[in-house]
Design a protein around this ligand. Sequence first.
Ligand SMILES: C[S@@+](CC[C@H](N)C(=O)[O-])C[C@H]1O[C@@H](n2cnc3c(N)ncnc32)[C@H](O)[C@@H]1O
Length: 347
Amino acid sequence: MDVLTALDRKADYSKTQLQFILAAWIASTAFEKKSKISTTDGDVSEDDYDKQSLYSLLYALYRSVGNVPSETGASYEFTFNTWGCAWPKTWGPCPTQANDPQRFGKNAYAGLYQFAEVKDYVAARKGKVHVVEMGCGTGAGANYVCTTVLPECTYEALDMQYAAIQTARRKHVPGLGGRLVATCVDATKADIKDSVADFVAVNETHVTEMPGVITDEDRRFFKTAQRMLKPGGHIVWGNAIPEATWKPCFDYLESIGMKVREVRDVTKEAVQARDEDKKRIDIFVDHCLRTFHGFKIPYYGAKRRVEAEIALKNFARNPGTRLYDNMVDGTDTYKVVLVEKPAGASA
Ligand SMILES: C[S@@+](CC[C@H](N)C(=O)[O-])C[C@H]1O[C@@H](n2cnc3c(N)ncnc32)[C@H](O)[C@@H]1O
């Protein structure tokens, strides 16, 4: 069993099923020539994993583990699958509390709507705007935006992972009185009409990852965002991706008639967030590993435990991992970007 490639995005694995899946992964150690996960820095080569399998595992894991303590002892469910950033001073008062375990994720979502142009657009419509999010994860950010950032908006949250959408429907949709709809779909194939969205939100969605190039999937992704936007509407996009990939993305967006209006680099604040979040991530990863009995099996269990620990920490860009180092040395940069579909443009 290879958990990096074999899991199904349409499944919502129970804790018992995960116990068996991880036990099978541990058993497969005996037949593996070389581990796919670097035990030095958690790196996994792009060719060695499938994003659908990876997120299927992660969302089932987050739900199975349930409520966990943060580094301050606050109990929370891990729902923001977001690196996020510390709040830049130039953006004004910070919207989140210093003791909120998922404050960096919330900052990331609030930051998407921090542009003056966005504020004017929202104010002109008395807050009644419609958001479509491509790659919403558990809907934690959608919920935060609906309750706090755009309290008059309606919101359609899309993610390809069924387990994540189930968490959105359990935790976030019921409290919003019909304003939030969560749908399990590949966002590039979503059955959403043309020109309906004031904003298409893209927050750390796992696209535009290939260094220096824009892939066919990335093109489809942006083309869909453009199609769904009203003329005059905006893509609000934040992520840490290879620095070399931003320009090919901007060039493509301009080539299809979109206008890149503002680009804000928050890499320094994103590194700060990972530094300040380290203790919480360490506690969370330890909690995950203790939940699954297979990791207690001598030798192979212990070997896989080391791999799982560093891989989970790398995925969180924890200090001491490859993805953290990539942000520190500028290989990856975190930017928040505003892209307009000019008024008068057609779908
Ligand atoms: C790092 S997570 C971020 C999730 C969420 N935005 C957050 O900040 O918590 C990346 C997400 O992108 C989703 N994703 C990647 N490609 C997608 C696509 N084509 N359609 C829908 N979701 C996609 C994954 O399923 C995953 O949930």
